[in-house]
Design a protein around this ligand. Structure first.
Ligand code: SF4
Ligand code: SF4
Ligand code: FES
Length: 252
């Protein structure tokens, strides 16, 4: 079997070279192939992996343009392996995830200090159990096309995580969290769904973003683009198209 791997020698390299490798192995995972190449063919190949069982999220790459976990992907002849998109490449398949991870903090994707300590019913636990399974692999971040035009977009996994806490009956700071995702957040998502099929955990960030939009509407926020359109339609005069109390992000 023959596969190709995009090789980058440094972060500042403008373009990558593709290297071809022949393997005498069949029916193996991509991670097994990468290990075989590194130990027997080319020790300079760089990639990241940890658990080898779909738990740590560190081995995500793109295969033929689609995000996959290397430890879970069955390799085929002719596959092209590339690093995740939307992230700086440090070397070969190794990307710098620092920028990606900062979005969890910007989106306040955590349980507030004043969350109530109370028992939940099983159905309440189930309602956001899936979002808690995120392994921060970055596959959804890599697949999201919004980053081509907006590098500050909070992005799929951070917004999914915010919904996890907003929908938690113990959370007491729901408004603060909803406010944190108005700018560069839920309204910048195009609902294209590209983040959904690539998630190895079966999480659907698009659906969670839609839920956050609904919750925002109930709490009096609205899409700033829609608000701007209404203002334009009415000649920039009084915003009599907005229901009383609606407010756009950034307004007080
Ligand atoms: S649905 Fe939204 S978050 Fe998901 S890939 Fe599309 S634009 Fe990005
Ligand atoms: S939501 Fe899914 S694809 Fe995105 S980082 Fe978490 S586990 Fe990976
Ligand atoms: S090595 Fe941990 S998820 Fe693949």
């Amino acid at each position: 079997m023959k596969i190709s791997i995009k090789r980058y020698s440094s972060e500042n390299e403008p373009s990558a070279q593709s290297a071809e490798y022949r393997l005498e192995l069949e029916n193996i995972t991509l991670l097994e192939a990468l290990n075989a190449i590194k130990t027997k063919i080319d020790p300079s190949l760089s990639f990241t992996a940890g658990c080898r069982s779909g738990v740590c999220g560190s081995c995500a790459v793109r295969v033929n343009g689609t995000e996959e976990l290397a430890c879970g992907y069955k390799l085929s002849d002719g596959d092209l392996i590339e690093p995740l998109g939307n992230l700086p490449v440090l070397r070969d398949l190794v990307v710098d995830t620092q920028k990606m991870l900062k979005f969890n903090a910007l989106a306040r994707a955590w349980s507030s200090s004043n969350s109530e300590n109370q028992l939940l019913l099983p159905e309440q636990v189930e309602s956001n159990e899936l979002q808690s399974d995120c392994i921060l692999c970055g596959a959804c971040y890599s697949a999201c096309p919004v980053y081509a035009v907006n590098e500050e977009f909070l992005g799929p996994f951070a917004l999914t995580r915010v919904w996890r806490y907003v929908s938690d009956g113990r959370e007491q700071d729901v408004r603060e969290k909803i406010e944190a995702v108005q700018s560069q957040g839920i309204w910048d998502c195009t609902l294209c769904n590209l983040c959904v099929p690539v998630c190895p955990q079966g999480i659907a960030p698009k659906q969670d973003i839609s839920m956050l939009r609904g919750k925002s509407g109930v709490m009096g926020f609205m899409d700033p683009n829609f608000a701007a359109g209404m203002s334009f339609s009415f000649g920039g005069g009084p915003d009599f198209g907005s229901p009383s109390g609606l407010k756009s992000p950034g307004t007080s």
